[in-house]
Design a protein around this ligand. Structure first.
Ligand SMILES: [Zn+2]
Length: 304
């Protein structure tokens, strides 16, 4: 056992040394993984950071590759974060969601285990572009429960002395996700309208799970703006379906959504795709933001 651990440590030291050589002296030295006594987990975006923190609590150290306030689709990884990936004992990513993270993993060939969320849950095609898989699986509590189980297994294997606590933490989170799922099912069962209009197409899994119809202003990529014709089509849908609310989000400019709202007389509200926390939402969690989203959807769609 000790030999295996030493071999892993040596391999990791070698990987770090190679990385320092590759990027220049000093950068790799910032990594504190050598000083830490708990397993190091790196998660590519907030939803996976949340799961790892809830499951691992004080028994692991979790870093999020997407800084607060940054839109995770477009995250870029500076050398220090590549070094964190290289040193991590466990990495949680979703292939196809963040191109910079996919590229980074290819560059560094990490020594730690990699959980690719895209391989453990069933992905569905994007509503806005049926040639593309939709990455926003965390907006479906049932898929988040699957992620929780896999993350708990891997974290438990990294901290064998805390398996009981890790399993109990995972059970608590899965129960909270089941309660959330039940609240959505009940809360969205009887509504005056089933169509909702969002900024980018983040809510496809939520829409499928709870039988809603998502119309998005910008498609899967939050930075894309609709053409004037697409914008007019969205405004037509808003008027035809009696949509009361155009949803914007926390990390993307609300300009186009506000224009459509002005044209149609709809109001503008926030529906958080929970891709990352901002300064304003720093005291929230995935679970509280999902509850806020449910309340916003119920109000917008006239649910009883
Ligand atoms: Zn997104």
């Amino acid at each position: 056992m000790r030999i295996v651990v030493m071999k892993i440590r040596l391999a990791r030291l070698t990987a770090t040394a190679l990385w320092v050589t590759a990027v220049g002296a000093g950068l790799g030295g910032c990594s504190n993984s050598g000083a830490s006594t708990v397993p190091q987990v790196v998660a590519a975006a907030y939803p996976f950071t949340f799961v790892a923190e809830q499951v691992g609590r004080d028994f692991i150290e979790v870093r999020n590759l997407t800084s607060p306030g940054v839109e995770p689709h477009d995250v870029e990884l500076p050398p220090q974060q590549l070094a964190d990936l290289s040193d991590a004992d466990l990495i949680i990513v979703e292939g196809g969601f963040q191109p910079a993270v996919d590229d980074g993993l290819e560059q560094i060939a990490p020594t730690g285990e990699v959980i690719d969320v895209a391989e453990i849950v069933t992905l569905q095609n994007a509503v806005s572009n049926t040639d593309t898989l939709d990455p926003h699986i965390w907006l479906d509590p049932q898929r988040m429960a699957v992620v929780t189980e896999v993350v708990a297994d891997r974290v438990a294997s990294l901290t064998p002395e805390h398996v009981g606590e890790i399993r109990a933490n995972a059970r608590r989170l899965i129960e909270a996700l089941e309660q959330l799922d039940a609240a959505y099912t009940t809360g969205l069962a009887e509504c005056a309208r089933r169509t909702f209009v969002t900024s980018h197409a983040a809510f496809g899994y939520l829409a499928s799970r709870y039988n809603l119809e998502m119309v998005s202003v910008s498609g899967l990529d939050p930075t894309l703006e609709p053409s004037p014709a697409e914008q007019a089509a969205i405004a037509d849908t808003v008027t035809r379906e009696g949509v009361t609310t155009i949803f914007t989000e926390t990390l993307v400019s609300p300009a186009v959504a506000e224009t459509i709202a002005d044209e149609t007389g709809a109001r503008v509200r926030t529906l958080d795709p929970i891709e990352g926390l901002t300064e304003e939402s720093s005291d929230e969690t995935y679970l509280t933001l999902m509850r806020d989203n449910l309340a916003a959807l119920r109000e917008a769609n006239g649910c009883s």
